[in-house]
Design a protein around this ligand. Structure first.
Ligand code: AVJ
Ligand code: FE
Length: 440
């Protein structure tokens, strides 16, 4: 790598770290100290925990590991270790106060910037150190999305505002498209910022399948509700029905009935549900019940990725549905530019070669696959990023949402959560096997 290329890499890392920090600050500066230390939902950490955790991970990975510098606050490592304390128990910990947390993350950042300026970027160190920058940027952006989720759980007045996303482009789209059967390359060995579970690239055979052109809309979801979707046990899996009963599920999270219409609380603004928008805040179980009601099923993870990346004209897998270019505002609703998904049928420039829309951005899409490692998986930089979660407890979510930053979203990116979770920005689309029903 030439010195100029090294300088470009350092400049990009510095710029992306700065951009992530502006977002973290915007999410925390709008609230007073009481709102920062309070637990808005037992499913979420106090916002100030996320902020100091971002700083602590940065100290551990960039300042200590990559930079080889002495520890700044090893006394607080334990408090901000996500595996030591459940989210529900974090408010009771002796956490840094908001002022102290802000000061701490700033002090860490100053050291980080020195490391970015001087760390060697040659040979093996290039790959390792460049990845460490990318990992840190993604980590902060992931927690920024987590903090955005916490904002949505707040019960008081709105503090976040953003313009509405674009409308549908007005063309009548086919409901579904046929993705041809055959092999495709899943995962990646070349994306520099890809995390361990996205690697390595490998061939997967996928039989032909139909996939919905757009995510399921609120209007479609209301038809399922009106047709007794939440009352008909036969539409639900056994685990799904048990959870529906235990949690008394009746509608997506944040929906409430007002006479004969449905309202939705969107970051503190309560307004009628918009039928043209993708449904958001549904669990895997609700998505699966809808799919069965529609005579379809959820896509598998391999099907979803093939729909998003496979180019039938070349047989190659691309970085994104629209090609290899980084996401721009014309391609997808990412990066918290908006606080809600765009209408189904928006973003024509983001369509896949087969015309599938909105695979990236808008809403995370539940797929019917458990979290697992690809063949040849090796955990890095530490086992706790994903390997410790492998197994049947977690279902995958793909494609990112309006609150996911482009730095933390790729065609190969894999997210996961418990199938009962719905405080996340989760929606879905359906698939089906040609000629067959839901079980093909
Ligand atoms: C990949 C989104 C499931 O938030 O639990 C953040 C990302 N890992 N800090 C999560 C993560 C460590 C992770 N998800
Ligand atoms: Fe984390």
């Amino acid at each position: 790598m030439t010195t100029t290329e090294q300088e470009q890499l350092r400049a990009k890392a510095a710029a992306e770290l700065e951009r992530a920090r502006l977002r973290s600050a915007a999410l925390t500066d709008v609230l007073d100290d009481d709102e920062l230390v309070r637990q808005h939902s037992p499913l979420m950490s106090p916002l100030i925990w996320d902020l100091a955790h971002i700083g602590n991970q940065e100290e551990l990975w960039l300042v200590r590991d990559v930079g080889g510098l002495p520890a700044m606050r090893s006394d607080i490592d334990e408090l901000y270790d996500a595996f030591k304390h459940s989210r529900a128990s974090r408010p009771a910990l002796p956490l840094l106060k908001p002022g102290e947390a802000r000061q701490y993350v700033e002090q860490v950042r100053r050291k980080t910037m020195d490391v970015v300026d001087r760390v060697p970027l040659q040979g093996r160190r290039l790959v390792e150190n460049a990845f460490a920058f990318g990992m840190l940027v993604q980590h902060e952006q992931q927690h920024d999305e987590t903090m955005l989720i916490t904002h949505q759980t707040r019960k008081s007045t709105a503090v976040l505002h953003a313009p509405d996303p674009p409308k549908a482009d007005g063309n009548v789209l086919p409901q579904e498209v046929l993705v041809p059967g055959g092999p495709f390359t899943m995962g990646t060995s070349t994306e520099p910022w890809a995390l361990d579970n996205e690697r390595p690239a490998h061939q997967v055979h996928v039989d032909a399948f139909f996939i919905d052109t757009t995510p399921i809309s609120c209007g479609q979801y209301r038809e399922f509700m009106a047709d007794g979707g939440y009352e008909r046990a036969e539409l639900w899996s056994e685990a799904g029905w048990a959870h529906r009963n235990k949690a008394n599920l009746r509608a997506p999270l944040y929906w409430r009935k007002d006479g004969d219409r449905w309202l939705r609380d969107c970051f503190g603004v309560v307004a009628p549900v918009r039928d043209a928008e993708p449904v958001v805040h549904v669990s895997f179980h609700e998505a699966q019940a809808y799919a069965r009601w529609a005579g379809k099923r959820l896509p598998t993870e391999a099907e979803w990725e093939k729909a998003a990346r496979f180019d039938p004209s070349t047989g190659r897998s691309r970085r994104f549905p629209w090609g290899d270019d980084d996401p721009g505002p014309e391609h997808a609703n990412l990066g918290q530019r908006h606080l809600r998904p765009a209408e189904v049928g928006a973003y024509p420039a983001g369509a896949s070669p087969l015309g599938v829309r909105q695979l990236i951005g808008d809403v995370w899409e539940w797929v019917d696959t458990d979290l697992h490692g690809y063949p040849g998986f090796t955990a890095f930089p530490y086992q706790e990023y994903s390997e410790v979660f492998f197994g049947p407890d977690y279902k995958m979510l793909r494609g990112g949402c309006f609150g996911t930053d482009a730095a933390a979203c790729r065609g190969t990116f894999r997210n996961w959560d418990y199938p009962i979770r719905r405080q996340i920005f989760s929606g879905f689309r359906c698939a089906r096997t040609p000629g067959g029903g839901e079980l093909g």
